[in-house]
Write a protein of this length. Structure first.
Length: 457
């Protein structure tokens, strides 16, 4: 088996597609019927010759959902962990880990914790859902390996965490942004103080607004971000002053690709994140399509790392970033339904459209079909209140304006169209630099999260 002798796509990355680790992962993958079928179908050959790594077809979550055992290299009796994850898709898939994979995961988390300053003398609270969250137990093992004191707390028992703070000098909290936001609200109600010098967050795309709110709510001096997925765990890290994520050294090969050509999108071109994990034994993941949109930056990060820098823009599915927040359409629909309940009317339909004005501000246009009646003058305020319950970051950064549009296209009898415009009050400069792609539109990409990012002139 061989790959290209030269590879511009892998420039600046460790490992590259020519690395022995990647070659070994490919050889391991070809022992599974799932990969043999995937590559044979793509190349119309029963015995594929992998001459060009960057032309290999992507492995997708749908492949794993259809038959996960087809991509396993060991029998179930030899597995150490079996995780289930659905991510943002809502369809569960199985991920297999051997003992060596678990050890690799612990080592990977050690890298993440070191970047955040965890070591001897640190007091770390992993605030996670133990059991269903992949890597939760391994965070505890990794922190102890670094000499930290660990106090695991389940996100389902926040009262236990609040009871700790008066007694334990917590230096680090490792959790999901949503859980940390919920605790800020809870502490405000109970008047209990939250305090952690460092927050380590992952599992969601955290925007500039979200980071500022978390730091203020927890009185934190630094927010460290982890980029990854339930299938691949930590892939990249981003320090408090970084303009983007940096790949974790040695854990895998991260490509940002055009989804149709399967080739590297290039600096400042929007593409999908494609990952090849190295060292995975039970279930190799080669050119795995995790569903995120990203862009590789063309400048050196202020932190001075030699690794390249990339910014995650959002999901390739129906979720989007707007108003400095990661938004799911169902959050907007729930807010609309709650407004209808407050007004005593039925919301017949909700249509969502994301636009951008001449100042590069996001405008999320929401069309509601409601019974024909004059809406409450408090409608904009009501919508903002309900939106804040489902997505406080989005509501915080935006101005909401609701208007009745009687000149809208014909509606069902007895109904009218109500339009709500949610406008981001800030502007972003990076959008003007991104190169368009014939296969990816920018209509769901907005404020790009980097507080220190300044467009080059």
């Amino acid at each position: 088996m061989s790959v290209l002798n030269t590879c511009i796509s892998c420039y600046g990355q460790r490992p590259t597609c020519r690395s022995p680790q990647v070659q070994q992962a490919l050889e391991q993958a070809l022992r599974t019927p799932g990969y043999r079928k995937l590559y044979a179908t793509a190349q119309n050959s029963g015995a594929p010759q992998l001459l060009d790594f960057h032309s290999l077809p992507f492995l997708t979550p749908a492949h794993i959902v259809a038959d996960p055992l087809q991509f396993a290299t060991v029998p179930l009796s030899e597995l150490a962990r079996v995780y289930t994850t659905s991510g943002t898709t809502g369809v569960a898939k199985l991920i297999f880990l051997s003992d060596s994979d678990v050890e690799l995961l612990v080592s990977n988390i050690c890298h993440i914790l070191r970047f955040a300053g965890v070591g001897r003398g640190s007091v770390l609270i992993p605030l996670l859902s133990y059991g269903p969250t992949a890597g939760a137990v391994e965070v505890v093992l990794a922190a102890r390996r670094l000499g930290a004191t660990v106090t695991p707390v389940s996100i389902y028992t926040p009262e236990n965490l609040l009871a700790l703070f008066p007694l334990v000098p917590v230096t680090h909290v490792f959790s999901l942004p949503a859980a940390l936001r919920a605790l800020v609200l809870r502490s405000a109600e109970t008047r209990q103080l939250l305090r952690a010098d460092h927050l380590i967050v992952g599992g969601e795309i955290l925007t500039r607004t979200g980071k500022e709110l978390l730091a203020a709510g927890w009185k934190a001096t630094a927010v460290h971000e982890v980029y990854g997925s339930m299938e691949l765990f930590g892939l990249g890290h981003r320090g408090p002053n970084c303009i983007g994520f940096h790949p974790l050294p040695g854990y895998g090969l991260i490509e940002i690709c055009d989804p149709v050509t399967r080739r590297a999108a290039g600096p400042l071109a929007v593409g999908e994140v494609i990952v090849t994990a190295v060292g995975r034994h039970a279930m190799p993941l080669i050119r795995y399509r995790i569903g995120d949109l990203a862009v590789q930056l063309d400048r050196t990060c202020p932190c001075g790392t030699s690794e390249y820098t990339f910014v995650v823009l959002g999901r390739a599915d129906e979720s989007f970033i707007a108003g400095g927040a990661f938004v799911f359409p169902h959050e907007i629909r729930l807010a609309c339904q709650a407004v209808g309940a407050d007004l005593g009317v039925q919301v017949h339909s909700v249509a969502i459209r994301i636009q951008r004005d001449h100042l590069d501000r996001d405008i999320v246009g929401i069309g509601l079909t409601i019974p024909d009646a004059e809406p409450s003058p408090r409608l904009s305020e009501l919508f903002s209140e309900h939106l804040a319950k489902h997505n406080p970051d989005f509501a915080y950064a935006c101005r909401t304006r609701a208007v009745l549009v009687r000149s809208a296209p014909p509606q069902p009898p007895g109904t009218v169209k109500l339009r709500i415009a949610v406008t981001d009050q800030r502007s972003t400069g990076l959008l003007r630099e991104l190169r368009p792609s014939p296969h990816i539109t920018l209509d769901r990409i907005a404020d790009l999260t980097a507080p220190t990012y300044a467009p080059s002139r």
